[in-house]
Design a protein around this ligand. Structure first.
Ligand SMILES: [Zn+2]
Length: 479
């Protein structure tokens, strides 16, 4: 083991109990987007205890913050998330569905580990800089609401990443890798139709139905699907159907639309086509339509220069050191999936590792290796994240570390239950070590930093442009 990794491993080891306790508490708080008061307060307190100066309530979001340690360059950023998902309350380490509070939020995306793992990395880098008399500043970005309307695009718009030389983050996963895959750009908006109420039996000709307009918009968008690019997405959900009485012509309706595409430009073009469909629906029904953009993320991919380094560092750190009890627990979680889900899991394992490896992998139930970074295997994924906006504001790289059984499905009670078990904790500590090791490796090599910056400038033009209109503020309490 080289000296950098040795020192980082020692620091993360010495903070193990503190980090596990923090992850445990945040798991228990399970706070939804923009409501992460207790989770953010805990992380802020721990940062302050470690000597960070914390700027609270940044970018107009009360639960967003930036912790700073040091003054000089290089400036090294880490991203932390800590929001939960609705309805996924689950007793930790229990492989049977068992909510702590039925219907309450839970950490079904493992963000209780995410924010805490990044805290571990920030502390380890700070300690390394101090111990080796190195120049450098460590920034910890407390980023709420990743599962909601996001925060990082507002933080980027406020210029909070402008001084960063580079940023590392991670996400709890089923595998250990630095992935070349990219996520989509994303925009959400509410479309409201206003019509005229009337007696649906007595004088329907006097009414103008806002519900008809919303339905015709859905019909139009569902026809539009045939003529959009592969990988683009259109989703919708009704939030106002104009009441429950069929004998009243519905005077109001509201439908939330979300569109996704590979780039911000393509996403904006797709959104404009959806707006045209909405206008057509209003014209057909003689109703009035207005729309309000509520959220948007940029497309997301890791910086290749940083990914090469992070992948090598993660391989050196290795997969979490699973014990027999971890394998046994992971197997129980894997067995909790029903036949349809299980078939889907097996198909994805076969696609990734080949048919012959399936039996061995299912038997182990946990990923025991590290998949090397290979840009030629890059795929476009359907999901989106506000980490994309950070990647347009500074060179950014995301690692994945296993915190759950192989093939595990995200946003489930199973994902939550494993986040609060020895499997999740081991993954979190491995992520903290690998991120800190990667960051120090990059920070000590000006040539790598320069190359990472050049790649970033080529991608972004060197300046962050927010995909949201300037007047869209964080939709706190409204999303
Ligand atoms: Zn997540």
């Amino acid at each position: 083991m080289n000296d950098i990794l040795k020192q980082i491993t020692e620091t993360v080891g010495s903070k193990k109990d503190l980090l596990i306790d923090a992850a445990d508490q945040i798991y228990g708080f399970a706070e939804l987007s923009y409501e992460e008061e207790r989770s953010s307060s805990l992380l802020i307190r721990l940062l302050e205890q470690e000597g960070f100066i914390v700027n609270k309530g940044v970018a107009g979001i009360p639960t967003a913050f930036v912790g700073t340690f040091g003054t000089r360059r290089p400036v090294i950023g880490f991203l932390g998330e800590y929001d939960a998902l609705d309805g996924l309350s689950q007793e930790g380490a229990n492989p049977k569905k068992c909510p702590v509070i039925p219907g309450a939020p839970g950490h079904g995306c493992g963000h209780s580990l995410l924010g805490t793992g990044s805290l571990g990395a920030a502390i380890a880098v700070k300690e390394y800089l101090k111990a080796n008399n190195m120049d450098g500043t460590v920034l910890y970005f407390g980023c709420p609401a990743e599962e909601g309307a996001g925060s990082k695009q507002f933080m980027a718009r406020a210029g909070l990443f402008d001084d960063c030389d580079f940023c590392f983050t991670w996400h709890p996963s089923t595998l250990n890798d630095v992935s070349p895959d990219s996520g989509t750009a994303f925009m959400g908006a509410n479309f409201s139709f206003k019509g005229v109420a009337a007696h649906a039996g007595g004088s329907p000709w006097l009414g103008r139905s806002a519900l008809d307009a919303a339905e015709l918009m859905s019909v139009g968008c569902n026809y539009l699907r045939e003529h959009i690019e592969d990988g683009q997405r259109i989703h919708y959900a009704y939030s106002d159907v104009g009441g429950t009485a069929p004998n009243v012509v519905q005077a109001t309706s509201k439908v939330k639309y979300e569109v996704r595409a590979r780039t911000v430009d393509a996403m904006k073009q797709l959104f404009e086509r959806v707006v045209k469909v909405a206008k057509g629906a209003a014209l057909m029904t003689e109703t009035e339509m207005e729309y309000e953009i509520t959220m948007a993320f940029s497309d997301c991919s890791s910086n290749r220069v940083l990914s090469e380094i992070a992948s090598r560092c993660l391989q050196e750190v290795g997969a979490p050191k699973w014990e027999e009890t971890d394998f046994a627990l992971a197997k129980q979680f894997l067995d909790s999936y029903d036949t349809i889900q299980r078939n889907g899991i097996e198909t994805s394992i076969k696609e990734r590792f080949g048919e012959d490896a399936l039996g061995e992998i299912l038997k182990a139930s946990l990923h025991t290796g590290v998949i090397p970074y290979d840009y030629s295997k890059r795929r476009y994924m359907g999901g989106s994240s506000d980490v994309g906006d950070v990647s347009y504001a500074t060179p950014t790289c995301e690692l994945h570390v296993a915190t759950c059984c192989i093939g595990n499905i995200g946003h489930t009670w199973q994902m939550a239950g494993q986040a609060n078990s020895s499997i999740g904790y081991k993954g979190m500590l491995t992520a903290a070590t690998a991120m800190a090791y990667s960051a120090i490796t990059v920070a000590q090599d000006p040539e790598i930093m320069q190359k990472a910056r050049e790649e970033y400038i080529k991608k972004s033009g060197g300046r962050y442009v927010c995909p949201l209109p300037d007047d869209v503020l964080p939709p706190i309490g409204r999303y």
